[in-house]
Design a protein around this ligand. Structure first.
Ligand code: F6P
Length: 408
């Protein structure tokens, strides 16, 4: 028997399931008997919770549906694998489960924290002469994994953000100055501004673009921000500002903490960032008397498979397939990366890299790509991001809404 297992971990994306498709198709092509899926990542696997993907994906129509299904089909987790020294039993349990089920390959789809799990398990296997292979499959809307050019999940989220921002600007421009509204749009991305920067992609012949973009790569200066709004209110009938959930003031506090509310913290110590746009809208209304509207894109931006980028879907599938190929060749302790060959026409291939250099690290936007004075993105960013949002895959509609594949 030659079996393989794949798990999904961390915040979901609109295309994470395409990586499952890539894994499944390539594993079958290479002769694996069973392709298993962990239910709720490693947290579920430790409890013995996994399914046989044949039960769903033998049917080709389901493969097409899964490519159009957002969020983690297998279920996700934010589980921090303990260090071996503090909890050897968990490691024994994981490897026992792998042996009992004749699983020689363990693939984990996720971001920085999930790559830490791949790192720890592959290190344990090497140190203890275990034969199993562990490979990371990149995924995060935040786009903050190092080494890889970009991360599957980012392009689709960026496409949703650019589209929504464009629609918000159209709406906000409906009225004249007598009803000027300051619209503040809060965008995910934690400590890196890749997603908020995608607001710049809305600009074109038919859209003037956002008035400012605030990123976690630079310090948020409240006084300067209010000055900008006071200046814009004389010049414009509509003000739309994109702000990353992770922006911090000079004293190191997240803007969403300015209202003195304590933020919840996850297993990896990440603060749950939310409320930045609302906080800023309250301040703007109080200080300027202008009408404000806070829009938190929140879950919508990472679940929007109805407007996913086809490029992103195809790349998510490709990284899943490459992980299987590499493990099948005997590789372990690595993550698949995306390697941009050229911008125009866009060409991207896959590669692999040692996961030790990737786990727990965060890649930020290069400062030279940011127009710091005008709070806008420079052409270098547009050249980088535009190809990633290209192409569409139409949902399969039923009763007027897209259909999804779900676990029974
Ligand atoms: O890791 C991706 C991400 O979507 C971040 O952009 C966001 O800050 C975080 O997850 C939200 O996590 P959760 O859905 O667990 O609250």
């Amino acid at each position: 028997m030659k079996n393989i297992i794949v798990g999904q971990s961390g915040g979901p994306t609109a295309v994470i399931n395409s990586s499952i498709v890539g894994v499944y198709k390539k594993a079958k092509e290479l002769g694996y008997d069973h392709v298993y899926g962990m239910v709720n990542g490693i947290e579920g696997f430790i409890k013995g919770n996994f399914i046989d993907l044949d039960d769903y994906l033998k049917d080709k129509d389901n493969i097409e549906l899964l490519r159009r299904t957002p969020s983690a089909f297998l279920g996700s987790c934010r589980y921090k694998l303990p260090k071996f020294e503090s909890d050897p039993e968990t490691y024994k349990r994981i490897f026992q489960l792998l042996e009992d089920n004749e699983i020689d390959t363990f693939l984990y789809t996720g971001g920085n924290d999930s790559m830490d799990t791949v790192k720890m398990l592959s290190d344990y296997a090497k140190d203890n002469n275990k034969p199993q292979r562990f490979m990371g499959v990149p995924k995060t809307i935040d786009n903050d994994l190092p080494i890889t050019d970009h991360c599957p999940g980012y392009g689709s989220c960026a496409k949703y953000i650019a589209t929504s921002i464009k629609e918000i600007i159209r709406d906000n421009e409906s009225f004249n100055k007598s009803r000027l509204t300051v619209c503040i749009v809060e965008i995910m991305g934690r400590h890196a501004g890749w997603l908020a920067a995608a607001a710049a992609l809305a600009k074109g012949d038919d859209c003037s673009g956002v008035d400012a973009i605030y990123l976690p790569e630079t310090t948020f200066d409240l006084k300067e921000f209010l000055n900008l709004i006071n200046d814009l209110k004389y010049k414009k009938d509509s003000i739309v500002i994109a702000v990353s959930e992770g922006v911090k003031t000079t004293d190191g506090r997240f803007v969403c903490e300015l209202n003195d509310e304590d933020l919840a913290v996850d297993a990896f110590g990440h603060k749950q960032l939310s409320g930045c746009a609302t906080t800023l809208c309250h301040i703007v209304a109080k200080e300027t008397g202008l009408k404000t509207r806070a829009i938190e894109l929140s879950t919508l931006q990472r679940a929007a498979s109805h407007i996913a980028s086809l490029t992103d879907i195809e790349e998510a599938e490709a990284v899943g397939a490459r992980a299987v190929e590499e493990a099948n060749k005997g590789n372990t302790g690595m993550m698949v990366t995306l390697k941009r060959e050229q911008d125009n026409p866009y060409k991207c291939t896959t590669d692999v890299f040692d996961v030790h250099h990737i786990a727990n690290a965060e890649k930020k936007i290069p400062l030279e790509w940011i127009d710091l004075e005008n709070h806008q993105m420079k052409d270098e960013f547009i050249t980088y991001a535009r190809p990633l949002i290209m192409g569409e895959l139409t949902p399969i509609f039923k009763d007027g809404v897209p259909t999804h594949l779900i676990r029974k």
